[in-house]
Design a protein around this ligand. Structure first.
Ligand code: NAP
Length: 308
């Protein structure tokens, strides 16, 4: 079978750290081109400054991976889908729920694959955690996602703009795991969003969710964490405590702890190839809907100005 010719659009941090090696490491794909307005791309890979130039002038591509900030992703995705090109959306899949719904309809109409990716769901501990929790009574859940924004998002102005999500940019990764591993749906009861006085997006947030059987789910997000970083989910059940640490890579059950390699992006690209070959899409907006609810129902507090 011929490899799927793919272009990476948006040659920033995640494209270089994860997408390039994952594509080069997967025989189902060939890296046909890159697109980025300012970045100059990779040696020996054709490069364009804009997606329409690539689609007009070639080389021909079957798929694109959109690694841009979310605010510009709808126009790029719609352009590609209208040309019958399959689309891999980095997380979050868009800046609003409605634009993602519009993309989903467009993909159905054109027959191209749309994949709204959630990389944290492919962390090694997540599938076994989901299987273990399927049989349990959930009593309480605690999510602590505390990291240093200066380390992980240096100079990324888009992340502080409307649609950039602020601290929910990493926080939505936790929600992508929790919506996947818990056996019942959950919804927001209360939230406090803390915004620096000079920024349009939160630097911290405290959220109370409740599942449909009444179990409390607490989420603590903070971008001001220096020193050790926390990406932990703890689930109390009738059979003991489950803990997913390190963003889902380390799973602890009452029977012991399993550490695993980073397998997220190879897993995402295997899934994308399977979707394309099967003529299917995968667009789950649950994590983005919970974030939208936090912006809809959360109380705002103002804190000190933040400078990179
Ligand atoms: P980033 O370093 O700021 O890179 C974004 C890139 O998008 C920039 O390099 C920019 O290219 C490009 N871009 C902007 N507008 C464009 C357009 N209209 N057409 C083509 N390219 C455009 O951001 P990032 O950290 O890689 O994050 C990108 C996305 O990946 C976000 O949604 C984020 O949530 C997600 N993500 C990030 C990480 C992470 O660890 N950083 C992890 C997982 C997922 P130029 O430089 O050429 O202007």
């Amino acid at each position: 079978m011929d490899p799927i010719r793919i272009a990476i659009v948006g040659m920033g941090k995640i494209a270089r750290d994860q997408h390039v090696p994952a594509i080069l490491g997967n025989n189902a794909f060939s890296l046909a081109a890159t697109v980025s307005p300012r970045d100059s791309g990779l040696e020996d890979v054709p490069h364009h400054r804009a997606l329409d130039a690539l689609l007009d002038e070639g080389p021909a591509v079957d798929a694109v991976a959109l690694c841009t900030p979310p605010q510009v992703r709808y126009d790029l995705a719609a352009l590609a889908l209208r040309r019958g090109v399959h689309v891999f959306l980095e997380k979050p899949p868009g800046a609003t729920l409605s634009e993602v719904a519009a993309l989903k309809s467009l993909a159905e109409k054109t027959g191209a694959t749309l994949f709204a990716s959630w990389h944290s769901r492919f962390a090694a501990g997540v599938a076994p955690a989901r299987a273990w929790l399927a049989e349990r009574r959930i009593d309480a859940v605690s999510i602590v996602w505390r990291e240093d924004v200066r380390v992980w998002h240096p100079g990324q102005d888009w992340i502080w703009e409307p649609g950039g999500l602020g601290v929910f940019d990493p926080g939505i990764n936790a929600l992508s795991i929790v919506t996947h591993i818990l056996p019942r749906p959950f919804f927001l009861k209360e939230a406090t969003l803390v915004l620096p006085e000079n920024r349009a997006a939160p630097i911290a947030a405290d959220i109370q969710f409740r599942d449909t059987a009444g179990a409390p789910i607490h989420m603590d997000l903070d971008w001001r964490q220096t020193g050790p970083q926390s990406w932990d989910i703890v689930v109390e059940t009738d059979a003991g405590t489950l803990k997913l640490a390190n963003g889902g890579a380390v799973l602890s059950l009452p029977s012991g702890t399993e550490h695993s390699e980073d397998v997220e992006y190879p897993g995402l690209y295997s899934r994308f190839a399977t979707l394309i070959r099967g003529g299917r899409s995968d667009v789950d907006i649950d994590p983005l809907r919970l974030v939208a609810d936090a912006f809809l129902r959360g109380r705002r507090e103002t804190t000190d100005a933040f400078y990179d």
